[in-house]
Design a protein. Sequence first.
Length: 414
Amino acid sequence: MDADSVGVDRRRMLGWGGLAAAGAVAAPLVAAGPGHAAPGRGGPIPPDTRPGGAYDRYVAKLAADGKFSGVVLLSHRGRTVLSRSYGMADKEKEIRNDEGVAFTLSSAGKPFGAVAILQLAQQGKLKLYDTVGTHLTGFAKEIAEKVTIHHLLAGLSGLSNPDVDVERVFQSRDEVREYNEKWAREAKLVSPPGTRTDHAGAEVAIPAQIVEAVSGKSYWDYVEENIFKRCGMTGSAFYTRPQWLTDKHIAHPYMELADGTVVDAVRNLDKGSPSPHNPGRNPGRAFIDAPGDGGFCTAPDLVRFAQALTDGTVLDRHYAALLTGPKIPNPPQGGGLRARRAAPADASFGSYMMPVSITGGQWLWGRAGGDPGVGASWNIYPDTGWVGVILTNHDGAPLWEIIEQETRAITGQR
């Protein structure tokens, strides 16, 4: 976002060198809006969140049993309450996971695209009711004229999910962009706009293309400059496969094969996952994450991003409330990420590129994602000032159970 954009005077760049050494920072100004409580109910630190508490013991047991490799972090009002690292970031080079290691996010990076769109809307460069055809060409007439940016961000586009070539090994940023531009234009309108869709990839790819068309920058550059840099996320970027192979600060994904062996996915591009959820997929085959998806972040950087969503750093408070405001109720059962994430909630809703829910009497905003050898989750508990991050780089981690244990520790649910 340009220096003269709306809300610049209210930015508070955090600039932390690491959460454990950061000490106190100003409490976040939660962006209150419809359905969102104002800050103030910080309360005491729940015993289950502390070192040696129930959550800490649970994750330690998983790691001891070989079921967790990665980082978990709990932060309360900008201070680290619990930070634990387990396993190896790179077994071949004997590099251990720690707070400074960046993990690939998979779908947990999708909300960055929604933030980018809202930044441009805040600047008056686009409208949420703009149709696809307002900014992009080459789409079918009914998509170009009927599907709006709001439909895409809220998961209400009615678009199909085109097949993905999971075996292709990409060799450049330009190749990734060209493929994804063509792929998004293969989506078809299979139900009226305003109809719920479940994790349709075109709903992610098209807004990223709109960001590029409006800003004049690649999606990757835009997010790095206007989100990561502004939030002080110094360990986060859209790293390329050559960087993944050489940078000791990037965790490698360890993928389990059909015969039970585990391989470093990025060093074994000829191998694919046998998982029914990701058949044949290998995240290392992407030269760089598709525009609108993924990215690499450290756990402390995701806390910084959470803080930035609530203190005016990346969005004016009204647009921040628009990002996380509930758009449509989520069904209590069914498939896909939304339903699985909604399971423990009292009430769950789709928002822009992420679910939000009322859980244990308080709001919870966040996003999770997974790929072969990859699991990621970040959750914001705005009513009480908590942030929880889970990053794992090994198949077999029970991500949804860990999220549930995190939520129970913070909210006191049983």
